[in-house]
Design a protein. Structure first.
Length: 167
C-alpha cells in the first residue's frame, strides 16, 4: 500500500508540517509529522510478523511502546503504517525484491510514530517458510548508531530528492 497519497501539507496558518491520514475499518485517523526523534532504548529489539501482504500479525511489547500505537491498532494494519514521508521508495523496493528471492534483507529505516515523531531502526527481515513455501515475514529491528543515522539521513534525503525530480 503506497501511503504517499495520504501525505498533505498542513495549511500555512497551521505550520509547514505534514499530516498523514490512515484509513481503517473504524474510520480514519490523522498523524501530524513532527521533527521529534523518539529515543530508541539501548538493547531493545522490536519484533513483528506480517502476512504475505505486509499486514501485521504479531507485534512485541517493544514495538508497541516505541511506535506509540496500541497493539489492537497495529495488529491487522499494513506495516507501511509506520512509513515516514522522508523515506525514499528505493529501500522498500529493494526489500521486497530481496524477500521475493527468498533472501534476508537488512537496512536502515526511519519509522513514523503515532504521535508524529520518528525513530530509526536497523532492520533484518526474513521470509517465514512452511513446507518450503513463504507464508509471511518476520522482522527484528534494533537501534542503529548515531553515525549511521546521520549517514542514512543524508543518503535518503538525496534519494528522495532524486525520486521527486524523476531521476
Amino acid at each position: 500500500m503506497d501511503m504517499s497519497r495520504w501525505i498533505q501539507p498542513k495549511p500555512e496558518s497551521e505550520s509547514s508540517e505534514h499530516k498523514i491520514k490512515h484509513y481503517h475499518q473504524d474510520g480514519e485517523s490523522t498523524v501530524y509529522v513532527t521533527n521529534e526523534e523518539f529515543p530508541y532504548p539501548d538493547g531493545a529489539l522490536i519484533v513483528s510478523r506480517t502476512d504475505l501482504n505486509g499486514i501485521i500479525t504479531h507485534a512485541n511489547d517493544v514495538f508497541v511502546d516505541i511506535s506509540g500505537w496500541a497493539r489492537d491498532e497495529i495488529i491487522g494494519a499494513p506495516h507501511c503504517l509506520l512509513r515516514h514521508p522522508e523515506m525514499p521508495k528505493a529501500p522498500f523496493a529493494d526489500m521486497w525484491a530481496t524477500l521475493q528471492r527468498g533472501e534476508r534483507w537488512y537496512g536502515y529505516v526511519k519509522n513514523l510514530r503515532k504521535d508524529g515523531g520518528h525513530y530509526w531502526v536497523y532492520a533484518t527481515v526474513i521470509p517465514n517458510l512452511r513446507q518450503g513455501k513463504v507464508i509471511g515475514y518476520s522482522s527484528i529491528r534494533r537501534k542503529p548508531s548515531r553515525e549511521r543515522i546521520n549517514e542514512m539521513t543524508a543518503k535518503y534525503a538525496e534519494m528522495l530528492k532524486n525520486e521527486q525530480e524523476g531521476k
